[in-house]
Design a binder for this molecule. Sequence first.
Ligand code: ACO
Length: 323
Amino acid sequence: MPHVPAGTRGAVITGWGTALPPKVLTNHDLEQMFDTSDQWIVERTGIRERHVGGTTVGLSIESGRQALEMSGVDLAEIDAVVLATTTPDRTVPASSAAVQHELGLRCGAFDINAACSGFTYALVLAHGLIATGARKILCIGTDTLARITDWTDRNTAILFADGSGAVVVEAVDGPGQLLGWDLDADGSAERFLYSDIGGLIHMEGKEVFRRAVRIMVDSAQKSVAAAGVDIADIKLVVPHQANIRIIDAACERLGIPMERAATVLHRTGNTSSASIPLALADALSAGRVADGDLVLLVGFGAGMTAASAVLRWGGGAEPVNPL
Ligand code: ACO
């Protein structure tokens, strides 16, 4: 459970953006496709509708452009585009290369795949690049899961969708926002959630559910301990948007009231790598976070992976880890 050592070059998020394809698929639309009901889906998942369509590159350009514009950065100072995605448009090259070009950037560009934990992995990675000298990083989480969803399988088709969220992370003189983090993976659980190359998603929902709650709680507790903060002081938790019951159970075990959770899944479904930046952007745009607030990001996904990070919004004035 790594804490960020005192003296590390810090970073803060200075802009964010989101993208959802225009096509909306409601639970009532799904009722026409297979044997299910709006009531069952809402009760078991919290999802009411989701957006489907578009490409990973196209959605990433849209969210990335918004984040760049909001931060007002000089494009020449972006040193890397890190794109978290499970669904790149091509096997080769990385989708981030096309995104970089279309956004008018000239810098490093690479994709990472840690399933639904991907954005949090990417954010930690961005801080690592900044600690070693990078100035500004465009960090994006995008997935187009509709392309690998079996639309005849009611066990999975009710969950998955498309979307993108992006942030600009900039180096600062002070300690920065990242206080502690945790990245985890358990490859022995691969069989519970996977898609072969060219294939569709297979999932053992009950097993994923059971493990998800456990690994989210475990990862969140490690990050909070690494950050040296009290869980009661977390102002906003931004969990992976898979199922409202998973979020509910994880928050209960962590002792975080549900009112402090950011949720958008009722209208986005599970957008994998995009889910945490979409929920974060929604909470930020709604004014739910002020400078100095503690924000906990926590995700889990296929792998099975888990990732979490504790941020002090705005970078904080005090030392990162007063040891
Ligand atoms: N509509 C109506 N009935 C359904 C549906 C549906 N869409 N799907 C399943 N059922 C039925 C089942 O057939 C079963 O019927 P039976 O009792 O007659 O056999 C009954 O409902 C209960 O099914 P369960 O699978 O036990 O339902 P559960 O409460 O576990 O909910 C769900 C299923 C929503 C998939 C849940 O297990 C879940 O959310 N799991 C986690 C999934 C997840 O988070 N995946 C993403 C991971 S992140 C990533 O990397 C992409």
